[in-house]
Design a protein around this ligand. Structure first.
Ligand SMILES: Cc1cc2nc3c(=O)[nH]c(=O)nc-3n(C[C@H](O)[C@H](O)[C@H](O)COP(=O)(O)O)c2cc1C
Length: 387
């Protein structure tokens, strides 16, 4: 039986039968994924997050992935500057939700792996087996400099993350162990409680570089990433599956992210996009982020640069799902045919826009067979104990 079968048999939503899984990205940070000054009722506070999560559970979404952020990017919105820390966020969310799978997003250089493994085991208990881990090495220099004066060099970050994850996995599965590596020395490592999930909490990571993808292939169940086209989505998924199998004899899936503007008519959807992206977009922060990613005007056309900035403003560079319910559903159905397992989505205003999406797009996805109608017994009630 493969690791994925074990996850599926335990009722883990991340491995359910839905061909296109759905989650949301970044409800714990100000502006969530939209770099804009447009009006919204969205607040990155616990009360709002609970309301969103309940709405998602009622509609059968699979997961929530929070953003880990330690300071804002500047601009008039100070985009993502206000951020609920994700382990404490997940613990609290776990206590008030029942079905949805939650992730912690953890910058590995900011925390000892023993502290992380124990916090995750604790949240595993609170959530009855609904917590997973998104590891990130940190790419935003100013936030990483707050911890140790300088950001770890990129590839070294993944070396560090590899050893960090090896320690976490041993804490979860072994009784007593010694470890001496380049970054950690552990004598007689021991931890209780262990996670109840079998084989372990779901691991995700979003590396896109060579080292980042290698890291995902080695440890993660899902490699998260941005897509450039439907063809690119297929190539990326095939690449990751081949890499994981050839190098590590492991299975892996892929998962992307996008933003939704869904309205009864195409005209309304496009007008709203125009309002929050082109008119009210925080172009200052989009420029700051494009500069950090090295998207330069000297090597790209003006048209490409505008599109790149618009995508960042629209939803952190994710795929755009803009249109009528039929148009949005069609795009999602196309995505499900690429081999990608699912997409995170973001809305400018979750409380105002998500109900319309749930009522009008989800039934179309069900009709197309890429999602099943919600099952009443989809709660993970009795976690299978670790083998
Ligand atoms: C869906 C998604 C979520 C991410 N979440 C975070 C995050 O919360 N914090 C962070 O610092 N980086 C985050 N990243 C950035 C990645 O961890 C990674 O650094 C980036 O994709 C570049 O890949 P590389 O590290 O292989 O160069 C995210 C990326 C994606 C695609």
């Amino acid at each position: 039986m493969s690791r994925f079968d074990i996850f599926r048999e335990s009722g883990n939503p991340m491995f359910n039968e839905n061909k296109l899984k759905l989650g949301i990205f970044g409800p714990n940070v100000n502006n969530s994924c939209s770099m804009t000054l447009a009006d919204t009722t969205f607040k990155p506070d616990f009360e709002t997050n609970v309301k969103i999560a309940k709405m998602m559970e009622d509609a059968g979404y699979e997961c929530i992935v929070p953003v880990a952020r330690w300071r804002g990017f500047g601009g008039s919105s100070n985009f993502n500057g206000r951020c609920m820390e994700t382990y404490t966020w997940a613990a609290a969310m776990a206590a008030v939700t029942e079905k949805i799978y939650l992730f912690c997003t953890s910058h590995v250089p900011t925390m000892h792996p023993i502290v992380a493994s124990k916090m995750l085991s604790t949240i595993d208990d609170i959530s009855k087996g609904r917590i997973g881990l998104n590891t990130v090495v940190g790419w935003f220099p100013k936030e990483m400099e707050m911890f140790s004066g300088k950001k770890m060099e990129h590839d070294k970050g993944y070396q560090y993350a590899t050893e960090w994850m090896e320690v976490v996995l041993r804490m979860w599965s072994e009784q007593f162990f010694d470890h001496k590596g380049e970054f950690f020395e552990i004598k007689d490592g021991w931890q209780e409680p262990k996670p109840s999930q079998s084989p372990r909490p779901v691991l995700i990571s979003a590396g896109t570089s060579t080292k980042g993808r290698e890291y995902s292939a080695r440890f993660s169940d899902f490699n998260f990433g941005y897509i450039e086209s439907m063809e690119h989505a297929t190539e990326w998924t095939n690449f990751m599956k081949k890499l994981a199998w050839e190098e590590y004899k492991r299975e892996i899936n892929t998962f992307t992210t996008g933003f939704v503007v869904c309205r009864p008519t195409e005209k309304e959807a496009k007008e709203f996009y125009n309002y929050y992206v082109r008119e009210q977009g925080d172009w200052e922060v989009a420029n700051i982020i494009c500069d950090m990613f090295g998207i330069e005007s000297s090597s790209n056309s003006a048209e490409f640069l505008t599109k790149a900035r618009e995508n960042f403003i629209g939803g952190w560079g994710g795929w755009s799902f803009v249109g009528t319910p039929e148009q949005v559903a069609d795009e999602m159905i196309k995505l499900s045919k690429t081999g990608v397992s699912g997409t995170l989505v973001s809305f400018l205003d979750y409380m105002e826009e998500m109900p319309y999406f749930n009522e009008n797009v989800l039934p179309l996805l069900e009709q197309a067979g890429v999602r099943n109608p919600i099952k009443e017994d989809s709660t993970i009630t009795e976690p299978i104990l670790n083998a």
